[in-house]
Design a protein around this ligand. Structure first.
Ligand SMILES: N[C@@H](CCC(=O)N[C@@H](CS)C(=O)NCC(=O)O)C(=O)O
Length: 102
């Protein structure tokens, strides 16, 4: 299960689109950025840049401890590597994806 800290903005949508396309289980935790939720200490512990989106992966491939990730590009790369989807291994194809991501 992946916790998604989310508000309906384009950066938030990037992550919901990926999660839906990959068929991953996730739960949304709203971060109302107009109400200042992004500055709550509990959120800053996950996203020290005080911006959503952020995720916590409770079933990481690499180990048992949950993994938290902030920054939409970093989240998309993490999920792509976790699922083996949407990020080719072959260098030319991979950089083609990464340059658009960045
Ligand atoms: N570079 C960041 C940008 C994220 C971002 O700008 N999030 C905005 C909403 S779209 C936010 O949380 N703003 C709250 C704030 O700046 O206090 C990413 O791609 O994740």
């Amino acid at each position: 299960m992946i916790d998604l800290y989310y508000w309906p903005t384009p950066n938030g949508h990037k992550i919901t689109i990926f999660l839906e396309e990959a068929g991953l289980d996730y739960q949304i935790y709203p971060v109302d950025i107009s109400a200042g939720d992004q500055f709550k200490p509990s959120f800053l512990a996950i996203a020290p840049n005080n911006r959503m989106p952020a995720i916590v992966d409770h079933s990481p491939s690499a180990g048992e401890e949950p993994v938290s990730v902030f920054e939409s590009g970093a989240i998309l790369m993490y999920l792509a590597e976790k699922t083996g989807r949407f990020l080719p291994q072959e260098p030319r194809a991979r950089v083609s994806v990464v340059q658009w991501l960045m």
